[in-house]
Design a protein around this ligand. Structure first.
Ligand code: DC
Length: 242
């Protein structure tokens, strides 16, 4: 029993929950909270693209220099740990969890993520991470490419204006010097960049449930997501019950 819901399978079967959606839809905050409530692992795949973007940025290579970026991939080792405060990502042994969050790293992440070789470089790791434990994984192509057989798929969205204003507030609270217009502009640019690329573009999987949070509070969004999850998993056993 979990929050009054019966779940269905025995402890040996693992489940995966895919959450995709555009920039600023609140995927990571929601996915982290859901993982906490279900007692399973949260995997943030955007952090992996960001770490590669950061590596390219630090090397002073333009994010559209595809050949050069591909040639750097063998130098890159990524590892992930899960600690009390969430996922940490290590780039060649260095914890870059904070540094990957800058506006510049976001642009680099979006650009390197268009390169098929970069996506292929990360694919196995992402699949393996979800294979051995119950997981909530968020990104852009989780339900369509990474985990096409995920037990639950949610496509999380909200209007660009609402996403931008939430992100603006968040950045302001962190003391960042930013304007609402620049946040909105960056978000629209990334939406376009991520959804128009030829390999694994951002799009809703056919069997994903659309969750539009434009009019919802965070707690309402969490409740709706949990309803979708319990609705799909039926009586699947929660990991902690195993
Ligand atoms: O979720 P995020 O903003 O941290 O992701 C950063 C970039 O990485 C995003 O602009 C697109 C890319 N990305 C991707 O292409 N596929 C994923 N599964 C996750 C992120």
């Amino acid at each position: 029993m979990l929050n009054g819901h019966e779940m269905k399978t025995g402890p040996s079967k693992t489940y995966s929950i895919a959450i995709d959606g555009p920039t600023g839809a609140g995927k990571s905050t929601l996915a982290r909270e859901i993982a906490k409530r279900l007692g399973c692992t949260y995997i943030d795949t955007g952090a992996m693209y960001r770490a590669i973007g950061l590596y390219v940025l630090r090397k002073n290579i333009l994010s559209d220099d595809v050949e050069k970026i591909i040639s750097l991939l063998p130098e890159i080792r990524l590892s992930i740990t899960h600690e009390g405060d969430g996922q940490h990502i290590f780039l060649n042994g260095e914890d870059v969890s904070h540094e990957i969050r800058t506006a510049e790293a976001s642009i680099y992440a979006s650009n390197v993520s268009k390169i098929p070789e970069v996506r292929a470089f990360l694919l196995d790791t992402q699949r393996q991470l979800a294979e051995h434990s119950n997981a909530v994984m968020d990104g852009r192509d989780i339900g369509t490419v990474v985990l096409p057989n995920a037990d639950v798929k949610i496509f999380l969205t909200a209007t660009p204006e609402v996403r931008a204003s939430r992100r603006y507030k968040e950045m302001k609270e962190k003391g960042m010097d930013i304007t609402y217009d620049s946040v909105l502009e960056d978000l629209i640019w990334r939406d376009r960049n991520d959804s128009t690329r030829s390999t694994a573009p951002l799009k809703q999987a056919e069997d994903a449930v659309l969750l539009d949070t434009t009019e919802l509070t965070f707690e309402e969004s969490v409740q709706k997501a949990l309803d979708i999850i319990y609705g799909r998993l039926g009586t699947l056993s929660p990991p902690s019950a195993g």
